[in-house]
Ligand binder design. Structure first.
Ligand code: AMP
Ligand code: GLY
Length: 422
């Protein structure tokens, strides 16, 4: 089978690695990919958000299956455009991708289907905002309605503090003002098709830039799966109260869905609450989950396309997988690009189809005109190690991170160290 992966991050490098481990793969293309995916398949220099270019690439290379990594091509309805040409894809059509591309749509969906979530008001104008602030002085989370590349959500200790950000967010459309929750975050992933679903093991993402969950929101500075500090009964209640009612809601609303639903959950003292839906795999969660998954990813994708995912064997190795992100100086604010990178020749530095326990996935990097790897984004690598023991997995991931050198490179030092929630 010939597969095309859309995207260029660590998630897509991990997907490429997992696909090339299948002995049924006959061609792997990534659009646009990164230097890591170039080692495993063929990168195609197109913009993954350009639907016509994606369809043309899929036809030109006789692609059997397109795996859509990021949210933007899903919101642009690449899946329907591919379906019109008879090309199978993993990912929902734009009508269902609204669960991620419109936070007000997602909030109304949760409320309609009884999925627990923080109370929220949608405001459209400055005067709505001022009315909200005078009636609700307490802590608040401001969320831009549309896709904002991880920059659309900010937490504030009081509604008054939130006004400048909310005002500037209003310039791009409606804004959600949401009750601020406290607790431990977990990322839940369900593989969904027209007939059923399967749930992957729990995963935690370290969202904040600072140690112990301080600082600003990032795309994710590290990840761990499964999550040692989440009890089985807590996870069962996430499945029962959030994941299953959400999937039931898709069916009841007639929303087509073949792909991954990623639910951001806050475990609070009053039970689990839904923070958000994403209509794709997470980054850096994918980098730790895929190395645990025993199944051939082609079998899993084919099952989703055939509508037989509920009969697919989704077993995972009885290990823990830890991922540490290496980022550019300044990230998540502005950062320099084109900084030369060197990587020591340690085990795992070069990801091959045979690699398994130690993996370095590329994200924001590129190969320059001298074929040298340089930085090209905020999050540059995810270093992953799996082991029977969480401390060894953590040490292994940090050893890999220390083998990567570029000016200003940094990581959070507390990934998988303890429960910091975010
Ligand atoms: P979202 O894109 O909605 O997941 O928000 C990004 C991050 O903001 C989440 O991972 C949380 O860390 C934080 N966040 C979002 N909503 C809330 C909330 N209601 N209360 C507290 N933190 C939140
Ligand atoms: N790790 C957060 C995300 O993928 O949105």
């Amino acid at each position: 089978m010939k597969v095309l992966i859309l995207g260029k991050g660590g998630r897509e490098h991990a997907l490429a690695w997992k696909f090339v481990r299948s002995n049924r793969i006959t061609g792997l293309y990534c659009a646009p990919g990164n230097p890591g995916t170039a080692e495993l398949g063929t990168n195609v220099e197109i913009n993954a958000n350009d639907v016509d270019a994606v369809v043309e690439t899929a036809i030109r290379h006789s692609i059997d299956l397109v795996f859509v990594g990021p949210e933007e091509p899903l919101a642009a309805d690449v899946v329907s455009a591919l379906a019109d040409r008879g090309i199978a894809a993993i990912g929902p059509p734009a009508s269902s991708a609204r669960l991620e591309s419109s936070k007000s749509f997602a909030k109304a969906f949760m409320e309609r289907h009884g999925v627990p979530t923080a109370a929220a008001d949608v405001v459209q104008t400055e005067s709505d905002l001022h009315a909200f602030v005078s009636g609700n002085p307490g802590p608040v989370v401001v969320k831009m309605d549309g896709l904002a590349g991880g920059k659309g959500v900010r937490e504030f200790n009081s509604a008054t503090d939130a006004v400048p950000f909310a005002n500037s967010a209003l310039k791009s459309g409606p804004v959600l003002l949401e009750e601020r929750l406290h607790g431990i975050e977990v990322s839940a992933f369900a593989l969904i098709d027209s007939n059923g679903h399967r749930i992957l093991p729990p995963c935690a993402d370290y969202k904040k830039s600072g140690e112990r969950g301080t600082g600003s929101n990032t795309g994710g500075m590290g990840s761990i799966s499964p999550v040692p500090w989440i009890a089985d009964e807590t996870w069962s209640s996430v499945k029962r109260t959030i994941i299953e009612p959400s999937i039931e809601g898709l069916r009841n609303d007639g929303l087509d869905y073949t792909g991954v639903l990623y639910i951001g959950v806050m475990l609070t003292e009053h039970g689990p609450y839904t923070l958000e839906y994403n209509v794709r795999l997470g980054d850096p969660e994918t980098q730790v989950i895929l190395p645990l998954l025993r199944a051939d990813i082609l079998d899993v994708c084919e099952a989703m396309i055939d509508g037989s995912i509920s009969r697919c064997r989704i077993e995972t190795d009885d290990l823990v997988s830890v991922g540490v992100v290496v980022a550019s100086a300044g990230y998540p604010d502005s950062y320099q690009k084109d900084v030369p990178v060197t990587i020591d020749n340690v085990d795992g530095a070069y990801v091959t189809p045979r690699s398994l326990d130690r993996l370095i996935f590329h994200s924001g990097t590129r190969s320059n005109e001298h074929s040298q790897i340089v930085t090209a984004g905020g999050r540059c690598f995810t270093c992953v190690c799996r082991d029977t023991d969480v401390f060894r997995a953590r040490t292994g991931a940090y050893e890999l991170a220390e083998s990567i050198h570029f000016d200003g490179a940094w990581s959070r030092t507390d990934i998988a160290a303890r429960v910091f929630g975010s």
